[in-house]
Each structure stands twice: as structure tokens, then as C-alpha cells.
Design a protein around this ligand. Sequence first.
Ligand code: AMP
Length: 285
Amino acid sequence: MYIFKQKAALKRHLRILRERQIRIGYVPTMGALHEGHFALIERAISETDIVICSIFINPTQFNDAQDLKRYPVQTDSDIQKLLEHEMNILFLPSVNEIYPDGLKHLEHYSFGALETMAEGLHRPGHFQGVGQVLSRFLEIIKPDRMFMGQKDYQQLLMTRKLVRLADLKTEIVAVPIRRERDGLAMSSRNIRLSEEARKTAPELYKTLYFVSTNLDKQPLDALLETARKQLEEKGFKVDYLILADAEDLQAVDRFTEKQSLVLLAAAWLEGVRLIDNILVNTILS
Ligand code: AMP
């Protein structure tokens, strides 16, 4: 596995591959790698010729300084895992390498309404940060395909928008959520859960599943209210629990079978923020 820390050297390397018509797959991550990341990496290996993974904890997408400070860093074991999965290239830049002019006065994107709902509402500025970092990595790597998880569903939609806005050639491939055996969506943040909280955490998925299987049986507002109460009784503090249009994330107030929908939730459990979602009448594409 090649490890690049500098973008100029990586660019030179990739230029040669591109000239040989080698298809480049790219998986962006913030590290603390788990099987959810490897779902993306395996898909990338199966669909492209060379796969590059990046590990970069992007400061501009953290609206909460404490969250950034507490974000797990496990570079040595990440490298070991990538070697075991026969990763081709790892890009491991410093903050200065990506933001040489500092973190102030960065570009602003017109993401529209998509930016102000769900995650956007609770993490102001988050998606601007995602846009700032992904546009830089896409400019450096210019991958044929970039692989993103359904786990961060809104981020997936925003990234598609970013690619359209900037008229980039990269195709975005969405990969389904990989879960623990008890249903908990895998996440780097799960390692911060206490033993007790880890036992409770799968209730988030179980509750979403309960809602998704009862949508045609009860009025939506009553169903969501019951679900929210169930979560709160188990110790969650719910940021949002909504049924929304799968394309533009506008919350809907009733369920209709013909509409592509997504059930989205974010909730805190003992200071750890968990997100999850279930697609309803929608095939991930
Ligand atoms: P992160 O390192 O959390 O920024 O995640 C990097 C990429 O991995 C994002 O595209 C995530 O959506 C994706 N990802 C994280 N967890 C999972 C999971 N459990 N299943 C599938 N993809 C995931």
C-alpha cells in the first residue's frame, strides 16, 4: 500500500494511472475504521481498478469543538486494517496540506433547502464543511467513482448536489448501511459508548424499524410521537425523528405508498450522538 501525505506527490502518482486508463475508486473517511467503512472499500474494489482511501478529520465540518476534540484517532490500527484489506493507496494529509490558507474565509456553497433541515438544522455549517473538504479531495484525486454510505444519507444527497454544482465527472455510488448483529449502525462514534449505553443503542434502529413497519397502520404524527417517547424512556435525547421525501428531504406529514421516502433519526445517548435511517419505498441508487 502506498501512503501519501502530500497532495502533489499523490496527484503525480494518479496522473500516471489515469493515463493508463486505470479506473480510480475513492473512499473518503475520517478514520477509526470499522466494517461500515469496509463495506464501501469492498464495493470500490469490486467496481474499480485502483482504490484510494483517505483518512482526514475535517475540522470545518465540526460545529462543536468538543466533538472534534473527542473524535477517535486510531491511525496505526487503521493502516493495519487497510493492509489486511489490500488497500492500494492511503491518503493521509495534514490539515495544513488541505487548507494551506487557513480555516477562515472558505468558499460557501448554495445547497439550498437541503442544507437547513435534519442534520443541517442541528449542526449549522456542517454541510458547508463537508462541501469544502470534499471539493478539495475531489480536485486532488479526480476519481471515476466515489463511494459513500447510506448511513450519512443527507451527506450523500449533498455530495450529489456538490458534484452537480461543480460539474464534476465523478460518479457517486451509495452503499447500504452495515450494522452490528443487534441492528446498531456501525459508526466510529460507537466506541465512545459506555457498556450500558452500547446495550441501549440498538433501540434507535429498532424504533425506526417499528415505525417503518407501521406506517400504513397508524396516522404518522401519532406513530412518530410514540416512537419518540419510546426512545426518550430508554434514555435517548432525540434531535429529530422524521419521515421525509428521499430526494429533497422535505418532511412529509403523512405516509403515501407511491412516494420515495426516508425515515431519519438523530439522537444522543450519554453524550454520544447517533444517526440512523431506513429507506421506505426506495431503492438505494
Ligand atoms: P466517516 O468516517 O464517519 O466520515 O464515514 C466515511 C464514510 O463511511 C461515509 O460515506 C459514511 O457514510 C460511511 N459509513 C460510515 N458508517 C457506515 C456504515 N455503518 N455502513 C455503511 N457506510 C458507512
